[in-house]
Structures are given as structure tokens and as C-alpha cells.
Design a protein around this ligand. Structure first.
Ligand code: ADP
Ligand code: ADP
Length: 224
């Protein structure tokens, strides 16, 4: 069945709609990009899928099951944020292992943490604190924390926006590889058109909370 389905999903803050009647589906293993200018509702859509915001109107299905009222931890997914949001007093090893310890406090998670670190080429950063890492390294650790549990859905909210252009380009390729290697369904939020075009199997364009278009990148700007 479909990995993710939104049916006429809306989000209201007070009297105004941040997201209005958005419908789309994401197939298992697909890489879908949500593209649009700042304030158009991209993060809100992602946060509703993650369960971090309530859905005001409409229905969300995850793996074919109605999911509006599932708690975030009941959803088999994890999220990477623009500001990384690493725990500042934990080493990379502890940050990456944290989701695993939550699930099973007694087990030894070092092998799983090290396998994830190898995937991200950060084996030599495992004993450092976030404050001892560069921006790009922090984002790799944040991705490690998100994927150490091997979620079936991987959500990324402007993960590269705070990095310089060279790193953005490099990590873009890495994200593509990691998503494929995990075989995860990936939703990726960005305002950067070239990022969207290079990463997405399909690109959903949002404007003022409304879904304008949803198509493979090569068809985005094709004339009818
Ligand atoms: P984007 O991710 O595309 O930048 P957001 O989803 O963050 O857009 O925001 C969409 C709209 O909803 C914006 O107008 C924003 O100001 C508003 N918004 C987002 N979160 C809240 C909130 N917690 N309370 C009120 N308004 C919000
Ligand atoms: P982004 O655009 O990168 O998603 P924002 O800076 O818009 O991030 O939002 C950061 C946080 O502030 C989010 O939790 C969002 O819900 C909240 N937020 C955004 N816009 C508003 C707003 N107008 N009023 C209250 N909270 C908001």
C-alpha cells in the first residue's frame, strides 16, 4: 500500500489557513520533495505527517492506516531539522545511539551506532561533542541520529539551508545515496529549486498553503 497519503489536509492557526486542502500520496521508497518559498506551509505539512502538529481538517494515512491521532513515536519515521537539534552535552555516539536506547535501554547499541557512522563516514567523530564539530559534520551526526533506528520514512526539513554552498552540494549527493541505501520513503522540504530538481523522484510545489503542482522534476516547468 501507499507509504503516505494526505486527503484534503488543512492546518489552521487561529483564523488563518497555513495549509489548505492538500492531497498527495507517496509510494514506498519514493523520494518526494516539497518545494516553495518561505512561509508557504512546507514545514507544517511535514510536521503534520510526523505528528508534531495536529491536523485541523482532512485525513492522513500511513502504510494504509488512518494516522491522524497516532503519537509521533508510534509513527515509523524520523526527522532531520535545519538547525540539527543535537543534544549539546552528548557525544556523537550518544546522540546517534539515543533513539536506540529509548527503545531498548539495556542493550549494547555500539555496533548499530558504528554501522550508521560508517554509512555517513563519521566514524572518527563519534567521541566528539556537537560543539567540537563543523556545520557539515553536525548535519551528518543529525542524520545518523535520524537513521540509526532504520525508520521506514525519513523526513528532512531544509537540512542543508544553514550550510555553505560547497557543503550543500556535497551533502545533497550524500542524502540521495543514504536514502537509497536505507530504502526509505523520503520527504524533503526545501525552498531551493535546484536541490528539488536534483533530489526528487517527484516534486510537490506549494504556494500560500496550496499544492500547485506535483510532477517529476523534468515536467515541472514544461509547457502544456
Ligand atoms: P515554510 O516551511 O514553507 O517556511 P511554515 O509551514 O513554517 O512554512 O509556515 C506556514 C505558515 O504558517 C506561515 O505563515 C507561518 O507563519 C505560519 N505558522 C507556522 N507555524 C505557526 C504557529 N505555530 N503558529 C502560527 N502560525 C504559524
Ligand atoms: P521554518 O520556516 O524553517 O520551518 P520557522 O522559523 O518558520 O521554521 O518556525 C520555527 C518554529 O516556529 C516552528 O515550530 C513553527 O511552528 C513556529 N512558528 C513559525 N511561524 C510562527 C508564527 N507565525 N507564530 C508562532 N510560531 C511560529
Amino acid at each position: 500500500s501507499r507509504a503516505i497519503e494526505l486527503r484534503d489536509v488543512s492546518k489552521k492557526y487561529g483564523d488563518s489557513y497555513a495549509v489548505r486542502q492538500v492531497s498527495f500520496t507517496v509510494e514506498p521508497g519514493e523520494f518526494l520533495v516539497l518545494l516553495g518559498p518561505s512561509g508557504c506551509g512546507k514545514s507544517t505539512v511535514l510536521r503534520m505527517i510526523a505528528g508534531l502538529e495536529d491536523i485541523t481538517e482532512g485525513e492522513l494515512f500511513l502504510g494504509g492506516e488512518h494516522a491522524n491521532s497516532l503519537l509521533p513515536r508510534e509513527r515509523d519515521m524520523s526527522m532531520v531539522f535545519q538547525n540539527f537539534a543535537l543534544y549539546p552535552t552528548m557525544t556523537s555516539r550518544e546522540n546517534i545511539g539515543f533513539p536506540l536506547s529509548l527503545r531498548d535501554p539495556a542493550a549494547d547499541h555500539d555496533p548499530a551506532v558504528e554501522a550508521t557512522a560508517r554509512m555517513l563516514a563519521i566514524e572518527d567523530l563519534l567521541e566528539r561533542l556537537p560543539g567540537q564539530l563543523s556545520g557539515g559534520e553536525r548535519q551528518r551526526v543529525a542524520m545518523g541520529r535520524a537513521i540509526s533506528r532504520r525508520p521506514s520514512v525519513f523526513l528532512l526539513d531544509e537540512p542543508l539551508a544553514s550550510l555553505d554552498a560547497r557543503l550543500r552540494h556535497h551533502l545533497r549527493t550524500e542524502i540521495s545515496r543514504i536514502s537509497a541505501e536505507l530504502d526509505a520513503t523520503t520527504l524533503y522540504v526545501t525552498h531551493d529549486q535546484s536541490e528539488a530538481m536534483s533530489l526528487g523522484d517527484r516534486v510537490a510545489v506549494l504556494r500560500d498553503g496550496v499544492l500547485q503542482q506535483l510532477s517529476p522534476p523534468q515536467d515541472l516547468y514544461a509547457r502544456p
